[in-house]
Design a protein around this ligand. Structure first.
Ligand code: AR6
Length: 176
């Protein structure tokens, strides 16, 4: 699904984040140490190769909600933005923290003059954040930032299942 809003393109689709050449930057649902791990981080590191792991060591550890940027190496993108989502029900400020992941990633991309950014559903895998709640935070935070973004022309949301995509489509209709 595609939406044009405030001169930006929003895209929603099912896929593997490590195989998306149509985006200048992809966002990694990282761990604090920025190590490979599983899920999104595992796929990104596996495709990017060991030089990504090496560069990540200079930036680790990161805080919940923080975002850092690296090269993308063997990935078909220019940059990777790594952000650490909250673990569901383990943090009292988790809503704000998850919102900060999107806010800080978009601000960092903007600062680096990146024209297109692709997000996974941060925190909704190993970190157990319910997809409906997480989607609302992701899309509301993105909507709030749209006016400020000059460099970013396209924002994508890649989901790992058709079910998750349906949740994004429903929430996008409500929010945008
Ligand atoms: N492409 C797109 N989405 C994916 C992919 C992929 N290749 N793989 C999984 N997803 P997760 P988190 C979906 O666990 O919850 C890691 O081990 C998945 O279905 O990657 O933020 C790190 O090292 C889910 O909807 O991230 C951390 O320790 C979403 O992406 C921890 O997990 C996020 O799942 C981070 O947990």
């Amino acid at each position: 699904m595609k939406k044009e809003i405030k001169n930006k393109t929003l895209e929603f689709f099912v896929g593997d984040i490590s195989q998306q050449p149509g985006y200048e930057a992809v966002v990694n649902a990282a761990n604090a140490e920025l190590r490979p791990g599983g899920g999104v981080a595992g796929a990104i590191h596996q495709k990017a190769g060991p030089r990504l792991d090496k560069e990540c060591r200079q930036h680790a550890p990161i805080e919940v909600g923080e975002a850092v940027i690296t090269e993308a190496y063997e990935l078909p993108n220019k940059k990777v933005i790594h952000t650490l989502g909250p673990i569901y029900r383990k943090n009292k400020d988790q809503k704000k923290q998850l919102s900060n992941c999107y806010k800080n990633s978009l601000e960092l991309a903007e600062k680096h003059k990146i024209s297109s950014v692709l997000f996974p559903a941060i925190s909704t895998g190993a970190f157990n954040y319910p997809i409906e709640k997480a989607t609302e935070i992701a899309l509301k935070t993105t909507k709030k930032k749209l006016d400020e973004l000059m460099e970013i022309k396209k924002i994508g949301f890649v989901l790992f299942s058709q079910e998750d995509l349906e949740v994004y489509k429903e929430k996008a209709k409500e929010i945008f």
